[in-house]
Design a protein around this ligand. Structure first.
Ligand code: 5GP
Ligand code: ZN
Length: 141
């Protein structure tokens, strides 16, 4: 994989390069999807371009073109064809962007028993639970 569009000092560039571990769901030549480490609901996943850009509009078309098909594939594997979810992308700190590498969140909505998500109730996920969940998602890819 060509790394010329990644930078050294970025957590998501490091994840793409494999320098920081992640629960990878799937990838293409130009996009990468993995489980969020602080999920706000079970199955919360991220899809990122293999191109370092802070803002959506800075990412070239060929990288953006890989993102939504991969997001759909991941959403289906998470089982969201039977559920409700947000596909969310934030730009800049005032728009709640914390990691300055473009990313799309796939956020499953809880079922009626669990109720609505209010705010951004992130929790540190248990690594074993994430691993187990990843196995289930990958079986459905
Ligand atoms: P933002 O607020 O920038 O839109 O969201 C950044 C997301 O990245 C957050 O949901 C956060 O939990 C996630 N995140 C930050 N660092 C890491 C990491 O090292 N690994 C993973 N898997 N997710 C991360
Ligand atoms: Zn980056």
């Amino acid at each position: 994989m060509a790394n010329e569009h990644l930078i050294d000092d970025c957590i998501f560039c490091k994840i793409i390069r494999g320098e920081i571990p992640s629960h990878k769901i799937a990838e293409t030549d130009k996009a990468y999807s993995f489980l969020d480490i602080n999920p706000i609901s079970e199955g919360h996943a991220l899809v990122i371009p293999k191109y370092h850009g802070e803002f959506f509009h800075q990412v070239p078309d060929d990288y953006l073109a890989d993102i939504l098909p991969l997001a759909r594939k991941v959403a289906l594997a998470i089982g969201l064809d039977e559920g409700q979810y947000n596909l969310l992308q934030n730009n800049g700190p005032m728009a709640h962007q914390v990691v300055p590498h473009v990313h799309f969140h796939i956020i499953p909505k809880p079922n009626k028993e669990e109720g609505l998500i209010v705010g951004w109730p992130m929790k540190e996920a248990n690594q074993d639970n994430l691993k187990q969940l990843l196995g289930k998602i990958k079986e459905k890819l």
